[in-house]
Design a protein around this ligand. Structure first.
Ligand SMILES: NC(=O)c1ccc[n+]([C@@H]2O[C@H](COP(=O)([O-])OP(=O)(O)OC[C@H]3O[C@@H](n4cnc5c(N)ncnc54)[C@H](OP(=O)(O)O)[C@@H]3O)[C@@H](O)[C@H]2O)c1
Length: 303
């Protein structure tokens, strides 16, 4: 990978502060992306991530600059606070980012949660929150990005979309405010890639993860449909389905369960976030792959 492969590219990465989100941002910055919108719930952590990405870019630049001075390698980062359980905030997020960066080339829908319980014990709230974050959020984000890219108005199709999740109910006073759309005369910017981070569980199912498996399987179906609908605009839509990767999400598993999983993985280890980021960089540059899922799972499930 040369440092120029993503030069000039504008990305929006949701769940940017999480294990996979951070790795995708780091990899994209190293590959020359010029603008990255960092989205998440925690403003402080987002600013800390921004500072660390800029510091790394400056170090890279100093190492290569003849005078040892350097800059941020042309990297520009913005921070966006939102709650993915709230449909209007997903729409406003994409509108704001579009406005801030002057367009979005690559949308990486990475934010996701688990709320595990055996199906018979799953509460309506735990079902709804997982579906809201893992499936509805990426739908509203990609729908808005597609609309903006094709010059269509990006307001919600149904102004009364609501979420029943508890988190959404407490999130009405969000810092995210919709900004006016770009002037009607501005040429619509061309979206190129949508990447959904799904999961092996959406393909295999898993004990205690009915909500998670259903949301990720739904996301896979959404990707295939959007891939068909967007093909004529040359926008590709693909999924990355990680297996078990070393991030805070899997660190939350009891060590005994992690050891069992490790034993079942043919490559005998959990994946590293950088290995998922590598797959994301590949899909960002792949113009003739659409509607597909790239499995990054150490051989745990061979599709
Ligand atoms: N790690 C794995 O083994 C694994 C395997 C398969 C699939 N995945 C998928 O990979 C993606 C990233 O997972 P990860 O392992 O990096 O998890 P993580 O470290 O827990 O990060 C999850 C991210 O999602 C964001 N998020 C959660 N709820 C949100 C909400 N309501 N609004 C906005 N953002 C929200 C979090 O934002 P805050 O920073 O604001 O909390 C966090 O940055 C997820 O979609 C997950 O399902 C992970």
């Amino acid at each position: 990978m040369t440092s120029l492969e993503l030069q000039g590219t504008r990305l929006l990465v949701t769940g940017a502060c999480g294990g996979l989100g951070r790795a995708i941002c780091v990899a994209a910055a190293r590959a020359g992306a010029s603008r990255i919108a960092l989205a998440g719930r925690d403003e402080e952590r987002l600013h800390a991530l921004k500072a660390s990405l800029l510091e790394e870019a400056a170090t890279r630049s100093r190492t290569t600059a003849a005078d040892g001075e350097g800059d941020n390698n042309g990297l520009s980062l913005s921070v966006h606070v939102y709650d993915q359980t709230v449909p209007a905030q997903n729409i406003a997020l994409v509108q704001n980012v579009y406005q801030t960066m002057g367009g979005i080339d690559v949308l990486v829908c990475n934010a996701g949660i688990t709320r595990d319980k055996m199906a018979k014990n799953l509460t309506p709230e735990a079902w709804q929150e997982v579906v809201d974050v893992n499936l509805s959020g990426p739908f509203f984000q990609s729908q808005t990005a597609i609309k903006l890219s094709t010059g269509a108005p990006a307001a919600p199709t149904a102004p009364n979309w609501t979420s029943t999740s508890a988190a959404a109910a407490t999130a009405t006073a969000s810092p995210v405010q919709a900004v006016p759309l770009l002037a009607a005369t501005a040429a619509p910017h061309k979206l190129q890639r949508i990447i959904f981070i799904t999961s092996i569980i959406g393909h295999t199912g898993n004990l205690g993860q009915a909500n998670y498996a259903a949301s990720k399987a739904g996301l896979t179906g959404l990707a295939k449909t959007l891939a068909l609908e967007c093909a004529r605009s040359h926008v590709t839509v693909n999924c990355i389905a990680p297996g078990f990767i070393e991030t805070p999400m899997t660190e939350a598993m009891p060590e005994a369960a992690r050891a069992q999983v490790r034993e079942r993985i043919p490559l005998k280890r959990l994946g590293r976030p950088e290995e998922v980021a590598q797959a994301a960089l590949f899909l960002m540059q792949a113009g003739y792959i659409t509607g597909q899922t790239l499995h990054v799972n150490g051989g745990l499930a061979m599709q």
